[in-house]
Design a binder for this molecule. Structure first.
Ligand SMILES: [Cu+2]
Length: 165
């Protein structure tokens, strides 16, 4: 009985770590992104991380969350236009937030989460992780620098960041 209850509890609370992998095992559904090869292949390859502005696309920020940092650690985006954030995780579940706003985006291994946010005014915000992810959680934060629209320039194919990768 105790084992059964424990099983139920695990399934009820550990969605990403337990339920999803079990579901994928039985359905043969593949993960959208493989956490083990993230940096090497596909959308989240090292050279594609950071800020992008492609024709007919919103300004897009791609970040990898991992214990205990975001890659890249700083991004620069324009004010007054929608900015699309796409994140995934290389290890456990994290959450990207923007201090002083209600923006929150889960970073989940094996999945890509996306949310669009518009910064009203230029300025600088911390982007802390809000999902307890281990010993270094409280130091896990990226930065976003919001510049006036006119000062934001990225060529097609170029990727922007403003901090060490
Ligand atoms: Cu975290």
């Amino acid at each position: 009985m105790g084992i059964l209850l424990l099983g139920v509890a695990v399934f009820a609370t550990r969605y990403y770590e337990v339920d999803l992998p079990v579901w994928r095992f039985f359905t043969g559904e593949r993960a959208a992104v493989d956490p083990l090869t993230l940096h090497l292949d596909g959308e989240f390859v090292e050279s594609n991380l950071g800020v992008a502005q492609e024709p007919n696309q919103p300004v897009t920020v791609r970040l990898i969350a991992q214990q205990y940092l975001f890659v890249p650690q700083c991004v620069q985006v324009p004010a007054g236009v929608p900015v699309r954030f796409r994140v995934t995780s290389a290890d456990v579940v994290h959450s990207l937030t923007v201090a002083g706003t209600n923006f929150q985006l889960k970073a989940v291994p094996g999945a890509v989460d996306e949310k669009t946010f518009e910064f009203a005014a230029p300025g600088e915000h911390a982007m802390p992780c809000r999902e307890f992810c281990g010993a270094g959680h409280y130091a896990m934060r990226a930065r976003v620098i919001v510049v006036p629209k006119e000062q934001f320039h990225l060529q097609a194919g170029e990727r922007g960041s403003c901090g060490p990768r």
